[in-house]
Design a protein. Sequence first.
Length: 243
Amino acid sequence: MAEGSFQYITLAASLPHLGALFSNADLPMSRYRLEERLSMLEDEDRRRLDRIAHVTSWPGVDGCDTDAEVVARFEAASRSVQAHPDLAAVVRERLETRMLVAALRLRRDGAADPAPVAAWGRTAIARAIRTNWSEPTFGLGRARPWLRAARALCAAGDHIGLERAVLTEVYRQIDRAADDHQFDFEAVAFFVMRFQLIERWQRYDATRARGRLEALLQSTLAGAWTAGNATPTGAGMAGSLSQ
């Protein structure tokens, strides 16, 4: 489907305003209706959308056995939309956010050095984490001010507050990138990514989530949201990038 085509304009115009992430209001459309609208996409566009929507959803790295696999899955998704630089940047930024939160948890749980981060590749964020392991916000507090609050919430064991802070930041990242897109593939993809975040929060049960997140802190990286009772199986696998 060509960018700016009648189909894209029709599809994008049919998608409702989603509103605030933490609104108590119901989503303005059901998942079923969203899927009906997305059927307007051509097969190639739908495959690309499904790939990035899957990897950027919280369970999107289920089945990975190592941190390196998680990173590779994100990098592959980013490459698949390299013709859409704003979208590719959001995918990369989502991985970076996961890295930062995983590093906070690792350090909170007593990791004295950044050895597990070695498998996270050579991105600027991974290098900053390794280089500034002892710094409260890994030397990134000014560039990423949300890290200060996230660090405090993580240290306090406030899992619900931490999740809320992270989802707020992720939603902000998408909103910022979406500003320049209205009737193109990116506009549709950003809508789906925001829809997923709101849908996730509205299904969130605080009591169950606390138990699940505590279990995940003991799980392998690839245990993701479905692990629950997994246990660490080796070095480099406790970073929990999938959380």
